[in-house]
Design a protein around this ligand. Structure first.
Ligand SMILES: Nc1ncnc2c1ncn2[C@@H]1O[C@H](COP(=O)(O)OP(=O)(O)OP(=O)(O)O)[C@@H](O)[C@H]1O
Ligand SMILES: [Mg+2]
Length: 245
């Protein structure tokens, strides 16, 4: 019995390591792809656009005015697509300026796209927090707001990001249709979705806690909290916690 327990806890540990490594590799891969898209493909398209504009202003341009206008429109469209793809993969603002500007940018973009009224409150975040926490907060906010856009039919989104003493807390609240958290988790564990499970895994790997509370008809609140000190009591690193009200 004791041997089996040791074996199981060893296997569990290896799985956790693997999952953490996978997320890290995924982030690195996204960063590389985003950079290549932006720097390589974006630059080439810009060069193509400049060439086409030159042709447009020359003699040949007059004879092929329609085709050139179409081509320039296509290049503009491609440039926009490439920029959006790069931003969705990994916004450079997250690496360069940190969580607050990245979250502000992303939430504003989503609010505009979906017609939400957004309120964003940030306190005590003048200094940057460790990168794994920044990335976890940003990715979870991305998934949470994507879910709101897909399912919630919300009008208002409240985002709060606070640093108090040695904790960082992010709360994402919508006033949409809500859902039954227990059955959504059940479906997720049966393999029907990965969003909620991915949130839990990210929070756990960055040493935090996650609470999801939702009431059908009354909206959803997602709270994440990360301790910032290195010497955090073990019980605070407990696995993600999901509550349904
Ligand atoms: N803010 C929300 N408002 C209403 N329902 C929600 C909200 N967030 C999640 N849900 C419900 O919880 C379910 C599980 O969410 P989850 O993110 O795991 O799955 P998904 O978005 O359907 O798929 P995936 O994220 O894997 O692409 C959703 O299918 C939806 O029914
Ligand atoms: Mg989802």
């Amino acid at each position: 019995m004791q041997e089996r327990t040791v074996e199981l806890s060893g296997a569990n540990h290896s799985l956790r390591e693997l999952s953490s490594r996978l997320m890290q590799v995924q982030e690195e891969e996204r960063s590389r792809l985003a950079r290549d898209l932006h720097d390589e493909i974006g630059q080439l398209l810009t060069a193509l656009k400049i060439d086409l504009q030159e042709v447009q202003h020359g003699e040949v341009g007059q004879a092929h005015a329609g085709a050139l206008t179409d081509s320039l429109e296509l290049v503009d469209h491609l440039l926009t697509q490439v920029r959006t793809l790069a931003l969705d993969l990994r916004p450079s603002v997250l690496d360069d300026l940190g969580l607050v500007p990245a979250l502000r940018w992303y939430a504003n973009r989503q609010a505009k796209r979906n017609g939400w009224t957004l309120s964003l409150s940030v306190e005590g975040m003048a200094k940057r927090v460790p990168v794994p926490i920044e990335v976890a907060c940003f990715r979870i906010a991305q998934e949470a707001l994507t879910n709101v856009a897909k399912y919630a039919r919300a009008k208002t989104i409240d985002l709060t990001l606070h640093r108090q003493d040695q904790d960082v807390t992010l709360v994402i609240q919508d006033d949409g249709v809500g859902f039954d958290v227990m059955s959504a988790r059940q479906r997720a564990q049966e393999g029907q979705s990965i969003g909620l499970l991915g949130m839990e895994e990210r929070v756990r790997l960055a040493g935090g806690i996650l609470e999801i509370s939702s009431t059908p008809g009354r909206g959803t609140t997602i709270l994440l909290r990360f301790p910032l000190s290195e010497t955090e009591p073990a019980e605070r690193r407990r696995t993600a916690e999901v509550m349904s009200t």
